[in-house]
Design a protein around this ligand. Sequence first.
Ligand SMILES: [Cu+2]
Length: 383
Amino acid sequence: MTTFLIYLVLILGIVALVQLIRVSEISNFLNGEDGIMVTDKETNNIRYMFVAFFAAFIGFYGWLVWRFWDILLPAAASEHGKAIDTLMNLNIALITIVFVALHIVLSYFLFRYAKTKNEKATFNTHSNKLELIWTITPAVFLAGIIIFGISAWNDAMRNVPEDAINIELYARQFDWTARYAGKDNVLGKANFRMINGTNALGIINEKSINDRLSAYNEKIAELEESRKSVFPGGTNDQEILEEITLQKKHRAYIEQLQAQNNVESYSVADDDILAKVEFHIPINKPINFQIRSQDVIHSAYMPHFRAQMNAVPGMMTQFYFTPTMTTEQMRAKLGNPDFNYILLCNKICGAAHYNMQMNIVVESEEDYNKWLSEQPKFFTAEK
Ligand SMILES: [Cu+2]
């Protein structure tokens, strides 16, 4: 109702304004004045006002850049990030040059060629030369930026070094889990059919497979048992039989997984480590992030390292980078003792999306190894 009233007031306001203008036009007409005609004096005022407006506009842009430049991200804290920063700065510089030049020319033309009573405009219909200039110039600049962009991207996406540390970033509504591969640097296999309350990532090893199978066996035995208390062949019995078929189907999937694995492929998961609140990475070491999602599309965004990659359910994506500044160094550089690197979800994925984040600690390799050795292994940890 309030919205309706606001709209009504607005519409009536516009109607009143139109009527007022009409009244003033009619009164001018009755007084013998031509209200539509703009005088030279008015034109002159308007052109000065235009110049002042454009000067203020460009000044405001300059002020924005000056005032807010330092709340943008600090210099990149990863190796490939430097190229991305250069690309970004180059883009901003080009945009600024074009923006300022264009407005200077625009205000000059408005000023110089404002209509006066004695001046007649020239009428240009077409100029091939001009068309060529304003097509080719932006095309050359855009092609340059695109080539630079593609090469920076290819550099960032180049082959992952052999010695990269493998870390999985697992996304779900609404949190992140970082999984470390342990001593062998090989992440254990995972499958969505293995996901349950105690194994949110669906990691496969001998224990988790066996736990899963025995849970299904128990459930099936329970259902068989409950059949004894219902009328054989009756509606209730039918329902239980259907449930048993379903449970057996689920069990068959897990048995399939079991058949695909052996002692060796099980054991790579045995030393996997999960981190929930924050995760640590060592400086100057390539880190290979393997990114998965449990439910919807999320996006692993680590702005200070200029890294972002979608987390897509049903597939694994990957991003690798080498951090070049520890958390402590960045804190000192920014003069902010509370600074933390952060992993954010950068894809609006639901109600608590805003809170889907995790701190990243970059430290010396020594500290990193120490931290990692203190973390409990997922499968042997007390739960
Ligand atoms: Cu998300």
